[in-house]
Design a protein around this ligand. Structure first.
Ligand code: SAM
Length: 258
């Protein structure tokens, strides 16, 4: 990891720590992180808060999972790291209900890409997606093909959303946190449209869940982040109608969300 990448990981980790701290994270609780890949931003944030609870890492890529488990064991020596080598699909029963938080940093676009790849190449492609490294031609080609086939893209997005909603419903988390800020990687590789799709998905989810608190928005702004590119909500505020809200999201997924 070069210096610039390292600084970025640290910066985003600090943003996560500030948000979680603002919601009095129970550092002995159970957290589920979805799709870290070869990154440790959320882990760095949790380390700042001296997290020592259970951390489930849901990551379908074997190499990335191995990397991140090792990294998190160093960063969070008092936490219990549980590796879950799976996607959001059918993984609900792996962790207990009533978790403290579900967190995902810039994963929505990758969930769509992953679902759009042939199963035979999902592992090899995502083993090679590392922060600060150049874009694989297969990633570019797959995104271009997906962007041209709007019907297929829409089906995939619905699947991603359904799987995610099922998982969130099952986990019944106190805190739900997602980021989908503009990606330098996608920008550099002329894949801004892929980024827009991820961002729109997050914004639409946020629309259905209600707005973030002013305090959280200020935390994001003071860290140079666009509040519209993040979703950070606490159960007491908006989760009580989670089921209904997700029903609305699912019903409208085909035509309204994108
Ligand atoms: C490449 S990383 C990038 C996101 C990373 N968290 C960051 O901060 O940059 C995204 C990871 O999401 C994983 N992924 C893709 N689809 C997923 C799904 N449905 N459930 C869980 N993880 C998924 C991929 O295997 C990949 O390692």
């Amino acid at each position: 990891m070069n210096n610039e990448t390292n600084q970025w990981q640290q910066h985003i980790g600090t943003v996560w720590a500030s948000l979680l701290s603002n919601h009095s994270l129970n550092r002995l609780g159970t957290i589920v992180e979805i799709g870290p890949g070869f990154t440790d931003k959320i882990g760095r944030g949790l380390a700042k808060l001296q997290f020592r609870g259970n951390l489930y890492i849901l990551e379908p890529n074997e190499m990335a999972l191995e990397w991140v488990v090792q990294r998190y064991e160093t960063l969070l020596p008092h936490a219990t790291i549980v590796a879950v080598n799976s996607t959001t699909r059918n993984s609900c029963t792996v962790f207990p209900g009533g978790v403290e938080a579900i967190l995902m940093n810039h994963v929505l676009d990758d969930m769509i890409l992953y679902a759009g790849l042939l199963p035979a190449i999902q592992q090899s492609i995502f083993s090679q997606i590392r922060p600060g490294e150049s874009c694989l031609s297969q990633v570019k080609n797959t995104w271009q093909a997906l962007l041209e086939d709007t019907k297929y893209l829409s089906e995939i997005k619905d699947e991603v959303l359904t799987d995610l909603c099922n998982l969130i419903n099952h986990a019944d988390a106190r805190i739900l946190g997602m980021s989908q800020y503009k990606s330098w990687f996608l920008l550099q590789n002329e894949l801004e449209e892929a980024d827009l799709i991820g961002n729109r998905l997050l914004c639409d989810i946020a629309t259905h869940f209600g707005d973030m608190s002013v305090e959280d928005k200020n935390i994001l702004r003071s860290n140079g982040q666009d509040p519209q590119a993040w979703l950070f909500i606490e159960k007491e505020n908006v989760f009580e109608t989670l089921d209904n809200k997700f029903k609305v999201i699912l019903q409208t997924a085909g035509n309204k969300l994108y």
